[in-house]
Design a protein around this ligand. Structure first.
Ligand code: ADP
Length: 399
């Protein structure tokens, strides 16, 4: 780090976790990255990487976001990173129709995020905890909210509406909002650079495949459809989320004695790869299970690939012309067998895999994995933190 370097502290608060990074918004260099986990529990802890060295410490038992941020502030000050800090960027999951782009946080914005928290009961309150803790810790720094939904606000109404009575949309805001917007935007922009085209003229399908997973159709640089819905539960088979199911299943379960809470837990935490395989939500364990012939793992794997391929095929409709298909996220960046299977399923559209390039595209390498005759397929490591840092730095400068 040199003395003139500027940094943004990026915070991503979950209900019991806090991911953080101190990033140079210009170069994307990460001076510090880390994760506080099990917040509010007896085994609350924090781990971080600084100057290439990994460390971990226990937080006080029951330590929550506030304690984690206090620890983080100490860490930042101890290593002199506070001198270069110019802003704090917060990932906020739900911005609804109110927030179509990133904003500087003031009281009105906090109230706005609170007002739409009913659309993201697990996420927005946690994001606000992070905002309050960071405001206390850094009262002089501009705080910026970057919304996961903002990129998808360009979807046309025929893509974002549900075929429900319109009244439910006007009264409660029930519609599709999508998520992972920062990641879809980032990899679409990177794909445009690789293609040598302006983003505004680029059509791509981006598949963000991590514990949560979604696909996005990007037309002329704008999101025109995405697989997640009003909440992140809709769409693909995920680590523990069901993705698409017949909407009458919750009612069927209710008549069989399941409470709304239990149904919610089943669909969000016990389904997906974990529920089908009975083994794990972790894709590496699923792959290992497949190698060992575990029937549940084999089914979970095939369902994951099949649903993904169906969505990709469906997005040919809004895009008509596709410049590239992009894989990203922990699974998308690393699992070459999954990419191979999905491309086999898409062979009808002319997709052909370069097997060697596919095997080589791991971790932070990325690259093109299609043959020269095939429609282009890219693996691009995502970097949501850098997008948040850039947005926060730009708003801090202008504000
Ligand atoms: P999150 O949504 O929590 O940010 P990530 O993007 O980090 O998730 O992705 C986590 C997923 O990536 C896990 O299912 C994990 O098993 C999978 N993953 C990580 N490395 C590999 C790998 N080498 N091969 C296959 N899957 C991997």
């Amino acid at each position: 780090m040199n003395n003139s370097q500027s940094f943004v502290l990026v915070l991503n608060c979950g209900s019991s976790s806090l991911k953080f990074a101190v990033i140079d918004p210009v170069s994307g260099d990460e001076a510090l990255t880390g994760l506080a986990e099990c917040l509010g529990n007896l085994d609350a802890r924090i781990s971080w990487k600084l100057d290439g060295k990994k460390s971990e410490e226990a937080l006080a038992p029951g330590g929550a976001h506030r304690e984690a941020i206090e620890f983080l502030v100490d860490l930042i000050q101890k290593h002199g990173l506070d001198k270069g800090l110019i802003a704090v960027g917060h990932r906020v999951v739900q911005g609804a129709e109110r927030f179509t782009k990133s904003v500087l946080i003031d009281k009105e914005v906090v109230d706005g995020i609170k007002a739409i928290s009913n659309l993201a009961i697990l996420h927005n309150p946690a994001n606000l905890m992070g905002v309050h803790a960071a405001q206390r810790a850094f009262p002089k720094l501009p705080q910026v909210a970057v919304f996961d939904t903002a990129f998808h606000q360009t979807m046309p109404d025929h893509a974002y509406m549900y075929a429900l009575p319109k009244d439910l949309y006007t009264r409660y805001g029930i519609r599709r909002y999508g998520a992972h917007g920062t990641s879809h935007f980032y990899v679409a922009s990177e794909a445009a650079c690789i293609l040598g085209k302006p983003l505004e003229e680029t059509n791509v399908i981006t598949a963000h495949l991590g514990n949560g997973a979604s696909v996005c159709a990007v037309k002329n640089g704008k999101s025109v459809d995405t697989s997640m819905g009003m909440t992140p539960l809709e769409g693909l088979v995920m680590g523990t989320r069901s993705g698409d199911i017949d909407p009458s299943i919750p009612d069927f379960l209710a008549t069989n004695g399941y409470s709304p809470q239990e149904v919610n837990t089943i669909l969000n935490r016990q389904s997906g790869l974990l529920g089908i395989s009975g083994l794990s939500n972790d894709f590496r364990t699923i792959l290992k299970g497949c190698d060992e012939g575990h029937k549940g793992a084999l089914l979970a794997y095939e369902m994951f690939c099949y649903r993904l391929a169906k969505y990709i095929a469906g997005y040919m409709i809004p895009l008509q012309r596709i410049d590239a298909l992009v894989f990203t996220g922990g699974i998308g960046e690393n699992s070459f067998p999954m990419r191979k299977r999905v491309m086999e399923l898409l062979a009808v559209f002319g997709y052909q895999l370069d097997e060697e390039a596919n095997r080589k595209a791991m971790g932070s390498t990325g690259g093109q994995i299609s043959t020269p005759d095939s429609p282009m397929v890219l693996v691009i490591p995502t970097n949501e933190e850098w997008v948040i840092a850039k947005e926060a730095a730009a708003l801090a400068k202008n504000g």
